[in-house]
Design a protein. Structure first.
Length: 259
């Protein structure tokens, strides 16, 4: 006997009528979005349109801003992550973050990658060794640094430093990876490596990337969300957004007529 009920698929990430205020200023307006598991979603739009603020809702980084206030629901795997029962430190194990500029700690490569695990109280050498190797392999950096793990991460190139930061985020086994302009400070060769890496990582992670580079959004993402002055103007498959946008504002932005 077959079950006639359609399987209910819970989005990996979801917002319902999300509003964000900094004091009296509203910077995100009534945004509804659903992001599927094991996909890459790009947030595009001109500077100051709310992309990064919206991205940071998913790991509660905006909580550090004194005048921040939000309304609406923010969910990961159907769980409201702003609920009082949610511990932020537990949430951030699930949601890794990579910033615009590489920000390795002034420590060795090994200590950088194992940092999050040590904070959790994990100090067993074999566990750390396994996690460091696994994460560096996932970040496509193992072969370049495996013989020199005691070297300072600050001695690496910019592209390698960014991959160290990705490895550090992956070491604690998150299920979501947020990337805020991860390649904007890098040269074209390093950028290509990061983009290639994003393709591979989506097999195991749900990735959301903020980018000003529309070509990059086109290359790496499955879906694209176009933001303008706090509004989600259009959201759909990247191919459709770039070749057949439904909104005139999207078309104007994509074709370079503003922004």
């Amino acid at each position: 006997m077959t079950d006639t009920k359609a399987e209910i698929k819970i989005p990996k990430l979801e917002t319902k009528k999300a509003n964000v205020f900094y004091g009296d200023k509203q910077v995100i307006k009534e945004v509804d979005i659903q992001i599927e598991k094991n996909s890459v979603t790009a947030f595009i739009g001109p500077s100051g349109c709310g992309k990064s603020t919206f991205l940071r809702l998913f790991n509660r980084m905006n909580d550090y801003i004194e005048v921040f206030r939000k309304e609406g629901g923010i969910y990961i795997d159907g769980m409201e992550i702003y609920d009082k029962s949610v511990k932020v430190e537990e949430l951030r194990k699930m949601v890794g973050m990579v910033f615009q500029k590489p920000n390795p700690f002034p420590k060795s490569i090994y200590e950088n990658v194992s940092f999050g695990l040590r904070i959790q109280g994990i100090n067993k050498r074999e566990v750390l060794d396994e996690a460091v190797e696994r994460s560096l392999r996932q970040a496509a950096l193992w072969e370049e640094v495996k013989d020199d793990l005691n070297k300072s991460a600050l001695a690496l190139s910019g592209g390698q430093q960014q991959r160290i930061c990705i490895a550090r985020a992956l070491a604690v086994k998150p299920s979501v990876l947020l990337m805020d302009e991860p390649a904007s400070a890098l040269d074209p060769i390093s950028t290509a490596k990061i983009e290639e890496l994003i393709h591979k990582l989506k097999e195991n992670y749900t990735i959301v990337i903020v980018t000003h580079n529309m070509q990059q959004a086109g290359r790496v993402s499955d879906k694209t969300a176009f933001f303008y002055v706090g509004n989600l103007v259009e959201y759909g498959s990247t191919k459709n957004i770039f070749t057949n946008p439904q909104e005139e504002l999207t078309e104007r932005y994509i074709t370079g007529r503003f922004g």
